[in-house]
Design a protein. Structure first.
Length: 132
């Protein structure tokens, strides 16, 4: 069975042995540096799937923040909402930033260069099968 993202450790607990062998396609973040920062600020321990979702949230805010800074610089600090909106739209393709997942670029298709992963449930835990 293959599931889309959103399948997390609590789901593994609910399914128990029935979860064995399930494949999941979702982000996988294996960054000890990001894990330490998150655990120091919010939690005692963070599960792998929660860390990935937190990384996605971090990267979303980082992308928006960096795009707003770039747009504001072009507007010479003049507040014009429509201008900022258009500058963000124009600036999105090809825009790159450093985030929790490393360097992420927004491709001309407006998709990201961030890798997607296939995980498999083995021994009640997620194991990385492949990233692409």
């Amino acid at each position: 069975m293959l599931t889309p993202d959103g399948f997390t450790e609590p789901d593994l607990k609910i399914l128990g042995l029935n979860a064995e062998g399930i494949f999941v396609m979702q982000p996988w973040l294996d960054s000890e540096n990001f894990r330490k920062k998150v655990e120091a600020k919010f939690y005692k321990t963070v599960s792998p799937s929660l860390l990935a979702f937190m990384g996605l949230g971090y990267d979303s805010i980082k992308l928006l923040s960096d795009l707003l800074k770039a747009s504001r610089a072009k507007a010479f600090n003049a507040y014009n909402e429509e201008f900022f909106s258009q500058e963000i739209k124009k600036g999105l393709p090809g825009f790159a930033f450093e985030g929790a997942f490393g360097r992420v670029e927004i491709l001309p298709s407006r998709k990201t260069s961030r890798k997607m992963s296939i995980l498999k449930v083995e021994g009640g835990k997620f194991k990385l099968v492949k990233s692409f």
